[in-house]
Design a protein around this ligand. Structure first.
Ligand code: CUA
Length: 256
């Protein structure tokens, strides 16, 4: 078999390209610490978001991605930190991208996904969901702040959730009401609960009512009875005791 001079050259160039490719990959791994994200099947998905401090320059964040937010929210770490990011979800498939870094994970029910990042520059990183996960997908974002070492105070690490610990609020959360109703005035699948008590509401049958105890009670236990105009009859009935309904209503009255 004879190999032409030209063929030989082409072979050499091809081999060189392959070697350069491997060299670049090795360089990326060793110099820039580019790694593949890992899916961990031997850790149980966690229920609670938290930040664990291993050392003043090494933190571990357990994110829980759920419809439609990340917990913990607004974590702050000092510049120069290595951050191990773990994420899991109790509901549907989400994504986690830390914009401006190489962190880009799928968040799949049943497993924990992991990536490590070193954050050297003081700045605000946006952390968001990049997998369409439902009507609240576009709201699903939080921040990961990197502060310069001098101004960092460990108390800032993970601010306690600003959400109310009111039993009424916790009921709304645990009964999934907040998947469709917001408490901050933003539009949802259902009307916002902000300022609901005393509000004038036009109904689908054309009547206008003022939201009072009786209307709230009826709408919670029998959601289809009176639907505000502009919304569909989508709310399902939820098993609630009278006491729970009363607690919810008490809380709704505080949402001015
Ligand atoms: Cu979660 Cu999109």
């Amino acid at each position: 078999m004879t190999i032409l001079q030209l063929e030989k050259r082409i072979l050499w160039v091809s081999v060189a390209f392959v070697l350069i490719l491997f060299a670049l990959a090795a360089l990326a791994v060793n110099l820039f610490h580019v790694g593949l994200p890992t899916c961990l099947t031997d850790i149980k998905p966690f229920q609670k978001g938290e930040v664990i401090t291993h050392s003043p320059t090494h933190y571990e964040i357990h994110y829980v991605a759920k419809m439609w937010k990340f917990e913990p929210e607004n974590v702050t770490v000092p510049a120069g930190s290595t951050v191990d990011i773990y994420v899991s979800t109790p509901d549907v498939t989400h994504g986690l991208a830390l914009l401006g870094t190489n962190v880009n994970l799928m968040v799949v029910p049943g497993v924990v996904n992991y990536s490590r990042v070193k954050l050297d520059t003081p700045r605000n990183y946006q952390l968001l969901c990049h997998e369409f996960c439902g009507t609240g997908h576009d709201r699903m974002a939080t921040n990961l702040r990197v502060l310069d070492k001098a101004s960092f105070n460990p108390a800032q690490l993970a601010p306690a959730p600003t959400q109310s610990q009111d039993p009424g609020y916790r009921l709304l959360e645990s009964k999934e009401c907040l998947s469709c109703h917001t408490v901050d005035g933003q539009e949802g699948i259902g009307p916002t609960l902000k300022g609901i008590f005393g509000r004038t509401e036009k109904l689908t049958d054309g009547k206008t009512i003022t939201v009072d105890d009786a209307y709230l009670w009826e709408s919670i236990v029998n959601p289809s009875a009176k639907i505000p105009s502009g919304y569909d009859d989508l709310m399902t009935k939820t098993e609630l005791t009278d006491e729970e309904v009363a607690q919810m209503i008490e809380y709704l009255k505080t949402l001015k």
